[in-house]
Design a protein around this ligand. Structure first.
Ligand code: NAD
Length: 490
């Protein structure tokens, strides 16, 4: 029988600083969406593999958490230089497994570097509190790590999303289990290897691969203290309920339906290029994608410019592939259904073929006008390079559409009026708001997180807000001098 050589070696779990070859674990094929070619395999691990990783993380915790934070961050300073050194290789890996353009993949690694820089500033951010609460009696509060924590990632940012959690959680003294998406398991291997090269002790970061079974095992494992999750709303709910019912902390980020409200006084060229980039960047597979535009009043000229901009976005050139054959079929079905329901397809990306990559999973940039709020394309997350345009007469009507959707990741307004912008900032029911910005991702140190069904749990996943998630407060009251026996309530 002919043995096929894979472009990348079969993925293995990474436990206590070593690749682990578990011959008994079933595997799944990994395809590059750029070409449809089989490039690797990934193990579908179960509870036993998880337990080995948790034991390694548990063993590493006492010594790792005992190192002063100013020393712990030195590893991440070194790691940052390794990310810069290997930028091209890391971006190539993201492109290969996820299907992004090289520029998009590189931007993802640049964002990982920014997240690492933020973690390096942690010693300045987590200084504790101290007060003489009574004569000679001192109280102090300091942030302590939780222990073993877990991070479960989606397919759409194989490098950046793991960096939402790894640097902050680990710098703060925790040890971690990372569970990448089984669709894009390659980047995680490289991240673990680079952290080892930077000096991270074995067992502090462990990588386990798999799908539903391993996620459920993470939610159930008694030695995991906190679970962060990024993925679809359906699974975010399941993970949040299961992890918290097992008395763990959990923050679970879900899907999105983000509305871009375009007013007639918006700058036409700037708005058109922003809207087109927002809906099509990373092939529309971003939880911050502006997949829905609401034109308020007469904006036909801006819509025409958006179509012109979208025509410049060409599959296989400046537009990458979507993740799978199934995703391509789902996205094209959304377009077909919207057209059948009476919407006007101004630019049609169905049946896109990239010469030389006929088996890749491509959908061309698509613009659909006169979508109505009752259509499925206006309600569900499409997760492809498709813009659905709705029309209203007033800003209040536009806001009513945005606020009626169950998600609440992002909303944006394009206008030259300060008061209209302010009105949207005040009234949009979403966690991240853009004014003349189509993808309003908060840069560090601001935190990332939506509202409503886009996030379950109290804290955001990055920035200052994440410090609270990854730590617990220890309060100590001390009294050493004899005279303080008086004037103290206890
Ligand atoms: P997904 O929910 O299918 O998978 C996410 C993770 O959950 C993966 O690691 C996967 O292995 C695991 N999983 C899948 N099915 C499971 C099940 N039945 N039980 C337990 N675990 C399971 O999401 P995806 O398709 O990988 O990613 C795309 C989704 O993620 C989109 O909805 C997107 O909006 C969302 N997302 C949200 C954010 C955010 O910040 N809110 C960021 C990125 C992606």
């Amino acid at each position: 029988m002919e043995v096929q050589t894979l472009k990348y070696p079969a993925i293995q779990n990474y436990v206590a600083g070593q690749s682990v070859n578990d011959a008994h674990t079933a595997t799944m094929d990994v395809f590059s969406p750029l070409s449809g070619q089989l490039i690797s395999t990934v193990p579908l691990s179960g509870a036993a593999s998880l337990d080995a990783a948790v034991q390694a993380a548990k063993a590493a915790f006492p010594s790792w958490s005992a190192i002063p934070i100013k020393e712990r961050v030195q590893i991440f300073y070194r790691y940052k230089t390794l990310l810069e050194r290997d930028m091209k290789a890391l971006a190539d890996l993201v492109r290969e497994e996820n299907g992004k353009t090289y520029d998009e993949a590189r931007a993802e690694v640049e964002k990982a570097i920014e997240l690492t820089e933020f973690a390096c500033s942690m010693p300045q951010l987590i200084q504790g509190e101290f007060l003489e609460v009574s004569k000679g009696v001192e109280a102090r509060a300091e942030r302590k790590p939780l222990g073993v924590v877990a991070s479960i990632a989606p397919f759409n940012f194989p490098n950046m999303v793991p960096h939402w959690t790894i640097p902050n959680a680990i710098v703060l003294g925790n040890t971690m289990i990372l569970k990448p998406s089984e669709q894009v398991p390659l980047s995680a291997v490289k991240i673990a290897e680079l952290l080892k090269e930077a000096g991270l002790p074995d067992g502090v970061l462990n990588v386990v691969n798999g799908d539903r079974e391993i996620v459920e095992a993470i939610c159930d494992h008694p030695d995991i203290q906190a679970v962060s999750f990024v993925g679809s709303t359906k699974i975010a709910k399941v993970v949040y309920i299961r992890a918290t019912s097992n008395l763990k902390r959990c923050v679970a980020l879900g899907g999105a339906k983000n509305h871009l409200m375009v007013l007639p006084d918006a700058h036409p060229e700037m708005t058109a290029s922003n809207v087109a980039a927002s809906m099509s960047g990373c092939a529309g597979q971003r939880c911050m994608a502006g997949s829905t535009m609401v034109g308020v009043g007469p904006v036909d000229d801006i819509v025409a410019k958006i179509v012109e901009e979208a025509k410049k976005i060409v599959a296989g050139q400046n537009l990458g592939s979507v993740i799978s054959k199934e995703a391509k079929a789902r996205i094209e079905q959304h377009i077909t259904e919207a057209e059948a329901a009476g919407a006007q397809v101004l630019l049609d990306g169905r049946n896109a073929v990239v010469p030389g990559h006929e088996d890749g999973y491509y959908v061309g940039a698509t613009v659909i006008d006169y979508v109505t709020p009752d259509m499925r394309i206006a309600q569900e997350e499409v997760f492809g390079p498709v813009l659905a345009i709705m029309r209203t007469n007033t800003l209040d009507e536009a806001l009513a559409i945005e606020n009626a959707n169950p998600y609440g990741n992002a909303a944006a307004v394009f206008t030259s009026s300060g008061s209209s912008a302010r009105y949207v900032m005040d009234h949009a029911n979403a966690g991240m708001i853009g004014v003349n910005i189509g993808v309003p991702v908060p840069r560090e140190p601001f935190s990332f997180g939506g509202w409503n069904e886009s996030k379950f749990g109290a804290c955001d996943i990055t920035g200052k807000s994440s410090i609270e998630f990854w730590t617990q407060l220890k309060k100590t009251t001390t009294k050493w001098n004899p005279e303080s026996r008086v004037n103290w309530m206890s």
